[in-house]
Ligand binder design. Structure first.
Ligand code: IPD
Length: 287
């Protein structure tokens, strides 16, 4: 693997391109580890926020690989990982990673799981834990090792999908009328939140083409970027679930906000093409 990566002038396209290349490199390496290393029967190593919010040995191993490689390639940058938490850096940049997004799919042998790696700058908290309300995502990669698809984006540089057929630029469709929309969503691990999510879902289902629950927030966002679904919404996400996918979707031309039109975060995320977004926002507003 290559040595320390210099990002070029801060905030410039060269920096975004260099960070994007790093994100792709480490996400692919972690993807190789988790797909090749997946045992026939994956065991739960620990649980987190609830008995169904699980960690496998591979989540930990993948995050260790990402932390080690990023420290080697980008010494001075901070790190925020799903399993190990925040480690401040000195450069003002932080890598936000989900070592396996879609852990429950991975546990059951379903193929929709991914490694998500993003680099963010948060001028409001330059050396602290980055906050999605104030951060700028500079580069991101969502690597799907089972599907052999690598989604990536650099701020101002567009978004691409690389697979066996080559690399192509993504352009999210504007979106259909609400009644024709295929809408993805997801659920948190907290039972009370799920009851509320079920209520919202019951109101939306009769008004749209259909709903999808893929189980991997980062891939939901990439699916909006590619027009594989028309929209995706969820409440209760963590920064590592959506940092990279957010950039892929917005660089592809999708609109990603919370339910009030502000920056997305744990309180809400809604991604859709520019025509569908305001209509769906209205449909999801508390009645
Ligand atoms: C989860 C997935 C899921 C979403 C959950 C996330 P994890 O991430 O992205 O699709 O609905 O809210 O927590 O736990 O598999 O990394």
């Amino acid at each position: 693997m290559s040595a320390v990566v210099d990002g070029g002038a801060p905030g410039g396209p060269q920096e975004a391109a260099a960070l994007r290349a790093v994100a792709e490199q480490v996400a692919r390496a972690a993807g190789e580890l988790i797909s090749r290393g997946r045992p026939d029967r994956v065991e739960v190593a620990a649980t987190k926020s609830s008995p169904t919010d699980v960690v496998t040995a591979m989540d930990t191993a993948s995050e260790r690989l990402l932390r080690t490689e990023l420290a080697r390639l980008r010494p001075g940058d901070g790190f925020l990982g799903e399993e190990g938490g925040h480690e401040p850096g000195s450069s003002g940049l932080t890598w936000v990673v989900d070592p396996i997004d879609g852990t429950v799919n991975y546990l059951y042998g379903l193929r929709a799981y991914a490694v998500s790696v993003a680099c963010v700058r948060d001028d409001a908290h330059p050396l602290g834990r980055p906050d999605p309300a104030t951060w700028t995502v500079l580069a991101g990669c969502v690597h799907d090792p089972a599907g052999q698809e690598t989604w990536s984006a650099g701020r101002g540089l567009g978004a691409t999908l690389a697979d066996a057929r080559g690399t192509r630029r993504l352009s999210a469709p504007a979106g259909p009328a609400l009644g024709q929309a295929l809408v993805a969503t997801g659920f948190g691990y907290d039972a009370e939140r799920r009851a509320e999510q079920a209520r919202v879902l019951a109101g939306l289902l009769p008004r749209v083409r259909d709903l999808r629950r893929i189980g991997t927030a980062s891939l939901d966002l990439c699916s909006v970027a590619a027009g594989r679904v028309d929209a995706y919404y969820e409440r209760g996400l963590n920064p590592w679930d959506f940092a990279a996918g957010l950039l892929v979707a917005t660089e592809a031309g999708a609109v990603v906000t919370d339910f009030d039109g502000a920056a997305p975060g744990g309180h809400g995320l809604l991604a859709a093409g520019p025509a569908l977004h305001p209509v769906l926002r209205e449909a999801l507003a508390p009645g």
